[in-house]
Design a protein around this ligand. Structure first.
Ligand code: F6P
Length: 548
């Protein structure tokens, strides 16, 4: 992409913009907020607190066109195999397609199959929730445990935690991901086996952590219910791999399928979302899909200049490639969205943390920034210090819901006051003179004011985008997640990388398979680097010693 004219034009423009101060941009343009904000359905994006001008945006739109973003988008929606390294289509959008159109893969409409699985899922969830489908000993299900990792964990976990308050009558949802036995043990400790349903969620059904936890959970159940036939009542599988599910010992009658054209980190819309639907109900789950579909239609049809996810993607490219940003903070002002930063970490970094172009060359510029964050207001009392006064300028996404719930609405107003104030503080900052004046007004003498004032300077001019959604509903959540999915798509298209594979996670997995037998035995092969070899030896010695 650095050979694109628009890229080079942007590089030249970035030089001109190097010292731009957003406070001046606001002062010069009374329409800035109106011009640099967009609304669509329940979504409002304010990007006026980013260091961009009309010219910057025009050049970014030109970049998107020159990089072929619209064509790539069409290729995705029409089922082309755009995941070129795995030879797969990328069609999570088909899972939430309510348009009535068909979606073809290899000439076959996939939607009838999608609907059939979805109907089975609905029926199953409704029967579990109503108490019609019970456990082996006839007791209703009160607890659901999703055993999965990565995309088979983070999506369902994030969405369930965001929405579970909507239906307190639904079964409690638990999530076990880590191969660390403590994760499973802590969960099982709370459970009654007669009332627990396990969902083994794994696209491949070969993932080491998930299979280990699933085997241990089955063992736990058998030890307590003492009957092999209990497994059928207490275990279901969600996977694309029927053969492996059968080999594991789960009857495929109790399996919910999905398809290789659904990427793991984009799979919460598929039967991987079973735990969400069980916890919050199938109507709410469908609303989640409908919210995402609204954004899909917007992404597909809105011109780039009015296209919210495309603009989010372009702002990220501007920050990463032309302003030197190394990370991006995700700051949901909603406790319900506490898992959103972790979810987006996988979604963005596993998708766009790449260095090879589609053609196999080197990408030649930075790709995904480091994604991190936490729910506001907690983050304010932890890392916001660095956002305001640190030496780096970190782009921040603030996310919040306009409407409160019925519980303590005035406290919701307090939450939003913090949201808005933080974006203002990042922008406006506080000058040395202002800091000094404030100290004098607080009664400090001149010398003390001079001494303290430098520590109280906030440089300001720090970038943020604000996403305001109408309310914490499944519909709005679906829309929010889809915004980020398409942001990721836009950036991957501009960087000319494959956002839909994840070869970078393979090497570590392979090496772990080699190390394991060495740890289980008593011999260490000489084929490790000295540090790894040393660590293994120290581990052995520590394990064998009686020292405290
Ligand atoms: O380790 C990476 C990964 O392949 C992710 O992409 C995926 O979401 C996760 O592992 C889990 O994979 P599976 O659903 O096949 O168990």
């Amino acid at each position: 992409m650095s050979n694109l004219k628009a890229w080079n034009d942007l590089a030249a423009h970035a030089e001109e913009m190097r010292d731009a101060d957003m406070r001046d941009l606001f002062a010069q343009d009374p329409e800035r907020f109106t011009d640099f904000s967009l609304s669509m359905g329940p979504v409002f994006l304010d990007y006026s607190k980013n260091p961009v001008t009309r010219e910057t945006m025009d050049r970014l739109f030109r970049l998107a066109r020159e990089a072929g973003v619209p064509e790539r988008m069409e290729a995705m929606f029409s089922g082309e195999r755009i995941n070129v390294t795995e030879g797969r289509s990328v069609l999570h959008v088909a899972l939430r397609d309510f348009s009535g159109r068909s979606v073809y893969v290899d000439g076959e409409d996939v939607l009838p199959d999608v609907r059939a699985v979805y109907e089975r899922m609905r029926d199953f969830c409704d029967r579990v929730r109503s108490g019609e489908r019970r456990g082996h000993t006839g007791k209703p299900v009160t607890d659901v445990v999703n055993i999965g990792i990565g995309g088979s964990d983070l999506g369902p976990r994030m969405a369930t935690r965001a929405l579970e308050h909507l239906d307190p009558r639904g079964p409690r949802a638990h999530f076990v991901a880590n191969v660390d036995p403590m994760d499973l043990e802590r969960t099982l400790r709370q459970l009654d086996p007669e009332r627990t349903l396990f969902i083994v969620s794994s696209k491949s059904f070969t993932t080491q952590e998930t299979m280990a936890n699933a085997r241990a959970a089955r063992q736990w159940l058998l030890e307590r219910l003492g009957d092999e036939s209990a497994v059928a009542a207490h275990f279901v599988a969600v996977s694309t791999n029927t053969k492996r599910v059968r080999e594991f010992g789960i009857d495929t009658e109790n399996m919910f399928r999905f398809w290789d054209w659904v990427g793991g980190r984009f799979s919460l819309w598929s039967s991987i979302g079973l735990s969400i639907a069980l916890a919050v109900g199938t109507d709410n789950f469908e609303e989640l899909l409908r919210g995402a579909h609204l954004v899909d239609e917007h992404f597909r049809t809105a011109p780039l200049e009015k296209n919210i996810p495309a603009i989010m993607g372009l702002l990220g490219v501007w920050q990463v490639n032309f302003r030197g940003a190394e990370c991006q903070a995700i700051l949901p002002y909603s406790q319900a969205l506490e898992w959103l930063p972790s979810y987006l970490q996988q979604a963005e970094m596993e998708s766009n943390g790449k260095r090879a172009t589609l053609e196999g060359g080197l990408v030649g510029c930075h790709t995904s920034p480091v994604i991190w964050g936490a729910a506001g207001t907690n983050g304010q009392h932890a890392f916001f210090q660095l956002l305001h006064q640190g030496t780096r300028r970190i782009p921040c996404d603030f996310i919040g819901f306009a409407r409160s719930s019925d519980f303590l609405p005035e406290q919701h107003t307090l939450l939003l006051a913090n949201f808005f104030a933080q974006t203002e503080a990042l922008l406006q900052g506080r000058s040395l003179q202002e800091a000094r004046q404030e100290l004098l007004e607080q009664g400090e003498d001149e010398a003390e004011a001079d001494r303290l004032a430098p520590h109280k300077v906030h440089p300001g001019n720090r970038p943020s985008s604000s996403i305001l959604l109408r309310e914490l509903s499944p519909y709005c959540l679906g829309a929010l997640i889809a915004l980020y999915e398409h942001k990721i798509f836009t950036q991957g298209a501009i960087w000319n990388i494959n956002s839909f594979d994840q070869w970078g996670v393979e090497l570590g997995k392979q090496l772990a398979k080699r190390v394991l037998p060495e740890l289980e035995g008593d011999r260490t092969e000489g084929s490790h680097d000295p540090s790894t070899l040393g660590l293994i030896e120290v581990w052995r010695a520590m394990g064998e010693s009686d020292d405290k």
